[in-house]
Design a protein around this ligand. Structure first.
Ligand SMILES: *Cc1c(COP(=O)(O)O)cnc(C)c1O
Length: 409
């Protein structure tokens, strides 16, 4: 008899204890440690200030107005239209809101339904490494094989290794899952990097799934120019083989609402919808009109730009503090996160350091190994790296920076 599927999931997510029982994720472990020690928690990435009041009001009004029963399976038409209009306005992508847009329970369900719909035993699903932890779990749920291509630390931040990417493709590569702006490294994939992914996907007849939940949260580089988010679906020949995933959570600072979406060719969306309707069926009826409003309102768009600008300042505050404490810091071009190498401080194991940090200085981060495959070359290369979030209030970050200074002292 084969093991139940949860065992594959726990193993893929590195959550299978030596005694065969599942253990808590490192995120849960570190959050509990932060609470128990009164540490500043820069582990889990959620904002400590909510999104725009105008958007919250639409959700609250919707509840009072009776928008409280199951919404339509694919999502309410207003939201699907707003998503299609957003993709057209921002990226020049043309989507039919009825057949090419599906509203989901966050980007997480969009990814789960997509992988479950399109990959199975015998298929390889290729992701970047490090990768968002849910990818490995859902690939295991699908019974597919997870392969990876590394992002490597360079003076220019984390970049795709072109030869390693080409070598990671095989005749069994069915899906390529990319993520830009990238969690945890903060890399924003360049048009050239995306062009290589596109070329290889076409050569191997693979589909591309792209997680773009940080699409609006790109940050300026040393020259003051904001990194440009390029959706891979905009590259020549790619719209017909790409499923694009995004979400309201990160863009509008409402991570608890769990309204996401996936868009792409109608026949692929049909497959994803078929699975999605038996995962959650639907979710978030009163939040859907609020997100439709948020995607179309100019005041909210200005709020998002201000969020990105304030994230840039907060990135610099935390990065300077980490550098002063002795870490080597990779400059993120987007997202909520900065990754830092503790090797210059004399720590070669990020997990051990994260367990010690609360005692050493009262700050919590998560080891980058939470985003790698145990024992992989990337796992080895990034063993001493730690991820910290900067989506916290300035006073919280200033407190963390003050505490981190004790490390170097
Ligand atoms: C936060 C995050 C998600 C999850 O998004 P939800 O809309 O909350 O499900 C997915 N992918 C990445 C890379 C994330 O950082």
């Amino acid at each position: 008899m084969s093991a139940p599927r949860w065992v594959d999931v726990a193993r893929a997510a590195n959550l299978l204890g030596a005694d065969g029982t599942p253990r808590a994720t490192v995120f849960a472990e570190m959050s509990a440690l932060a609470a128990a020690t009164g540490s500043v928690n820069l582990g889990q990435g959620f904002p400590d200030v909510d999104g725009p009041e105008s958007v919250a009001r639409v959700a609250a009004d919707s509840i009072r107005a009776g928008v409280n029963q199951y919404p339509p399976g694919p999502g309410i038409p207003e939201l699907r239209h707003a998503i299609a209009a957003h993709q057209a306005r921002r990226y020049g992508l043309s989507l039919d809101p009825d057949s090419q847009v599906l509203v989901t329970a966050g980007a997480t369900e969009a990814m789960a339904a997509t992988v479950l719909a399109l990959a199975g035993p015998g298929d390889e699903v290729l992701t970047l490494e490090p990768f968002y932890d849910a990818y490995a779990a859902v690939i295991a749920l699908a019974g597919a094989t997870h392969t990876t291509a590394p992002l490597r630390a360079t003076p220019d931040g984390f970049r795709l290794d072109e030869d390693a990417l080409a070598a990671a493709f095989t005749s069994r590569t069915r899906l390529v899952v990319i993520n830009t702006p990238h969690n945890p490294t903060g890399a924003v994939l360049t048009r050239d990097e995306l062009g290589l992914v596109a070329r290889l996907a076409q050569q191997h007849d693979a589909l591309v799934v792209t997680d773009e939940v940080y699409e609006h949260l790109t940050l300026p580089g040393p020259d003051g120019v904001r990194a440009t988010h390029v959706p891979i679906a905009t590259l020549p020949g790619m719209a017909q083989r790409t499923l694009t995933i995004s979400s309201a959570g990160k863009t509008f600072s409402f991570t608890g609402w769990k309204i996401g979406w996936v868009s792409g060719p109608a026949e692929l969306l049909d497959a994803v919808r078929t699975v999605k309707q038996f995962l959650t069926y639907v979710n978030g009826a009163p939040f859907q009109p609020a997100v439709a409003f948020a995607l179309q309102d100019e005041g909210v768009a200005a709020w998002v730009d201000e969020l990105a600008a304030s994230l840039a300042r907060r990135r610099d505050l935390l990065s300077d503090g980490l550098r002063a404490a002795g870490f080597a810091v990779a400059r993120p071009q987007g997202t909520y996160f900065v990754v830092a190498d503790a090797a210059p401080l004399g720590y070669d194991d990020g997990v051990a350091l994260c367990r010690d940090l609360p005692r050493l200085c009262g700050v919590v981060g998560v080891p980058v190994s939470a985003f790698t495959r145990p024992g992989s070359p990337t796992d080895e290369a990034l063993r001493s790296w730690v991820r910290f979030t900067f989506v916290k209030r300035d006073d919280v970050l200033a407190e963390a920076v003050g505490r981190l200074a004790r490390l170097g002292a």
